[in-house]
Write a protein that binds this ligand. Structure first.
Ligand SMILES: Cc1ncc(COP(=O)(O)O)c(C=O)c1O
Length: 422
């Protein structure tokens, strides 16, 4: 044990508690995750004291290209020799290059982009565009949905606890169950502007809808002149084994939002991508939606480098392969520990394990941390442990995580015999 590093860590945790969040510090400590991130590489992160972890949390999917990806970091370093963030008022080649690339990789006829810095901002823009373009007011969203904590996005979160202290929120938002296309059909009125959905709910508990759901929702939206907004902020950029999750069902939204992994884990950037006809709304007022830092030149350079990395290394295929490897291990665990695990939810490397009992969550997170794996339950469903490792994870690292899981399950079983009847 290096006492100097232990001292630095203790001080950083104390300062974090004092100046940022005492509750977060306490919660992380009790979960065994009072880590001070230091070195980061591939699927791993090291605590400042030197302990190594496989990161299966990755900020809920920011690190698709791996922790501190050297190629992306080098692209940023090179850019810094010449550029700064740029001035939002002026046109820029960096913005144009990334927007053109997004048109190329997004499905169907999605074409135009508005940049932002984060996911909530991208969803705010999507909802604003939907209202502005359709001149209608209502937005339909789903139970357990997570779209960010900014103004319009917060109104579309499907969990009251995040919203109640800030009410009244935006009017005109209506919630329906996720996975139920008929509920959307029944909720649409003449004043419905858009339906906003995650193709697979992330914070909601890795909820994968029935195969008929998205195509049916697409049909309902088209028939009723309602825009479909797909939030691919967690599911995008090869996470599920395709560049975008909506491709699994062949569905093209009218507006798609992306963020998180677009920044390569290096520089924040988000985008709201929409069909060309929607640009009509901006013709009379091109400056109606602005973001000083959104789509900064540095962010765009990083975004482009990130997409090129994903394509060059075929991370979608790799995610599908590593997902299969995880699946075999997860299935075995569900069979071997029926008192602890109920089911596996998975598309590529977007994965969740459902516990039989919510109290298992914090205990499993702690056991996994002791064994060098970071994995935490989802924000809107604490009965699901989420696994979203970097897509560059190797077969050996997958096996390491599975072994740590098996070991943790054994330890929990032995300790208390916790199970379905608790
Ligand atoms: C699906 C989804 N949408 C939106 C957001 C909000 O993104 P941000 O935290 O960058 O505002 C998140 C964040 O976890 C998300 O998972």
């Amino acid at each position: 044990m290096n006492e100097d590093l232990e001292k630095i860590k203790k001080q950083a945790l104390a300062d974090f508690a004092e100046y940022l969040s005492p509750m977060k510090t306490r919660t992380m400590k009790s979960a065994g995750l009072d880590i001070i991130e230091d070195k980061r590489e591939g699927a791993s992160v090291w605590d400042i004291t030197g302990k190594k972890y496989i990161d299966c949390q990755t900020g809920s999917g920011i690190m698709n290209v791996g922790r501190h990806n050297k190629e992306i970091a080098d692209a940023l370093k090179k850019a810094l020799d010449t550029y700064d963030i740029g001035v939002f008022l002026l046109c820029s080649k960096q913005k144009a290059d990334l927007a053109k690339k997004l048109e190329e990789i997004t499905p169907g006829d999605l074409k135009c982009t508005i940049f932002g810095t984060g996911g909530g901002e991208a969803n705010d823009a999507a909802i604003k565009i939907a209202r502005g373009y359709t001149m209608k007011k209502e937005i339909i969203y789903t139970e357990k949905a997570y779209h960010g904590h900014t103004g319009f996005a917060l109104s579309a979160i499907g969990r009251d606890a995040y919203k109640e202290p800030f009410e009244p929120l935006m009017p005109g938002f209506k919630m329906v169950p996720f996975g139920d296309a008929d509920a959307i059909r029944k909720t649409i009125t003449k004043d419905t502007a858009a339906v906003i959905l995650e193709p697979i709910q992330g914070e909601g508990g890795i909820n994968i809808p029935p195969d008929s759901y998205l195509p049916e929702v697409r049909k309902i939206c088209t028939e009723n002149d309602v825009l479909l907004i797909l939030d691919e902020i967690q599911t995008g950029f090869a996470r599920t084994g395709k560049m975008f999750a909506s491709e699994h069902w062949g569905v093209v939204p009218d507006i798609m939002t992306v963020a998180k992994s677009l920044g390569g884990g290096i520089y924040p950037i988000s985008a709201t991508i929409f069909k060309e006809e929607i640009m009509d709304f901006f013709i009379p007022h091109p400056f109606i939606h602005l973001s000083t830092f959104g789509g900064s030149d540095l962010g765009c350079i990083v975004g482009l480098a990130t997409i090129e990395y994903i394509q060059k290394h075929n991370l979608a295929d790799h995610a599908a392969k590593m997902g299969e490897r995880f699946r075999k291990g997860f299935d075995r665990l569900v069979k071997d520990f029926p008192d602890l695990l109920l089911e596996v939810r998975q598309k590529g490397l977007m994965m969740g394990l459902q516990y039989t009992n919510q109290s298992i969550g914090p205990r499993l997170t702690k056991k996994l941390a002791e064994r060098g794996v970071i994995a935490v339950y989802t924000g809107n469903d604490p009965s699901i442990c989420r696994f979203m490792p970097p897509l560059v994870i190797t077969p050996e690292e997958v096996d390491f995580v599975l072994n740590a899981l098996e070991d943790s399950m054994k330890a929990i079983s032995k300790e208390s015999g916790i199970g379905k009847n608790d």
